[in-house]
Design a protein around this ligand. Structure first.
Ligand code: SF4
Length: 316
């Protein structure tokens, strides 16, 4: 695997030039849904892998030979903060463009990691669970890690960091989320990320039993999180919540790729596109949309084509 890949299109980051600063696959977690596969080496200690100048040269050459790069993004085959040179490398790369990192947040309790993350323009923090039982089941953390310390450090980091912070919460089928989505929403409300993303397994996962959760769980999480902060879905489709082509089917599919739509908004869109409710019923019959009731509201969501995984942009 090259140290640099792309640029690749990303809904979150535009044209993103990937930096793979961790050799395959060293992580502090062994998430059941990891698309890279089983964790080969688990560390909680930081190590040096590549010389910052080596990464800088590779990125520089790619930036100079690419049309446009919106973000230089650390999204390696493992956890980027294990790299002891992360902050130094990010600081060097800033002369070439904006830098982003997709981290699992597990080492953020370390002051040196928080200081490294301050060098970035965009930090994506994984937040899959508040309850240790679910965290252990889904993320399967290195034994020395303590979830309470991580959550506390995320809040500390948020207060100090001036760039863009997003959270990414992966929801997995067959996990008992009773009470957990409310706790996640509470924490997200306190953290105040610029956007909270909800994702589902979209690529072949590390464990064969992993699949997407029920649409009701996704709709509930979206409703709860969006009471606190701007919340979007990453469910394996590219969407554009502002899409208005005048074609009802195209527009609703695009919008619901980003978030479930309330019934009144769907009816307004039908009206705007000069379509009758028959069109909506037809899309439900064809398995393109589903209707979900949550907390006295009716929502329409994109139907997930399979209880297994799908292929598209997703979390690592
Ligand atoms: S999904 Fe990310 S954090 Fe989880 S095991 Fe894979 S690389 Fe590590």
């Amino acid at each position: 695997m090259d140290v640099v890949f792309g640029p690749v299109p990303s809904r979150r980051l535009g044209r993103s030039l990937g930096v793979n600063n961790i050799p395959d696959k060293i992580c502090t977690y062994a998430c059941v849904y990891c698309q890279i596969g089983a964790t080969l080496r688990m560390y909680s200690e930081r190590k040096e892998f590549y010389e910052p100048v080596e990464i800088y040269q590779a990125v520089k050459s790619r930036v100079e030979n690419s049309e446009k790069v919106d973000y230089i993004t650390f999204v390696p085959d493992g956890e980027p903060t294990i790299d002891r040179n992360l902050g130094k490398t990010a600081a060097m790369l800033k002369s070439l463009g904006k830098v982003a990192v997709i981290t699992n947040s597990s080492l953020i309790y370390r002051e040196d990691v928080r200081n490294d993350l301050l060098n970035f323009d965009y930090v994506s923090l994984k937040l899959d669970a508040i309850t240790p039982r679910i965290w252990k089941k889904v993320n399967r953390p290195y034994r020395e890690l303590v979830l309470g310390d991580i959550l506390e450090a995320m809040l500390d980091f948020r207060k100090e960091f001036r760039g863009k912070v997003v959270t990414e919460t992966m929801l997995v089928g067959d996990i008992n989320y009773d009470g957990e989505l409310e706790k996640l929403a509470e924490f997200i409300g306190e953290l105040k990320p610029d956007i909270s993303y909800i994702s589902i397994p979209t690529r072949p996962p590390a464990e064969h039993w992993v699949h997407a959760p029920d649409e009701k769980i996704i709709a509930k999480a979206h409703a709860l999180f969006s009471q606190k902060v701007k919340t979007e879905l990453l469910i394996g489709y590219e969407g554009n919540e502002f899409a208005t082509t005048g074609n009802f089917e195209q527009d609703i599919m695009s919008i619901t790729a980003v978030h479930p739509m309330r019934e009144e908004a769907v009816l307004a869109l039908l009206h705007k596109c000069n379509e009758s409710q028959e069109k909506l019923k037809e899309m439900i019959r064809d398995g393109k949309l589903i209707k979900v009731d949550y907390d006295g509201e009716t929502y329409y969501m994109r139907a997930l084509p399979s209880r297994k995984y799908m292929v598209k942009e997703g979390a690592r």
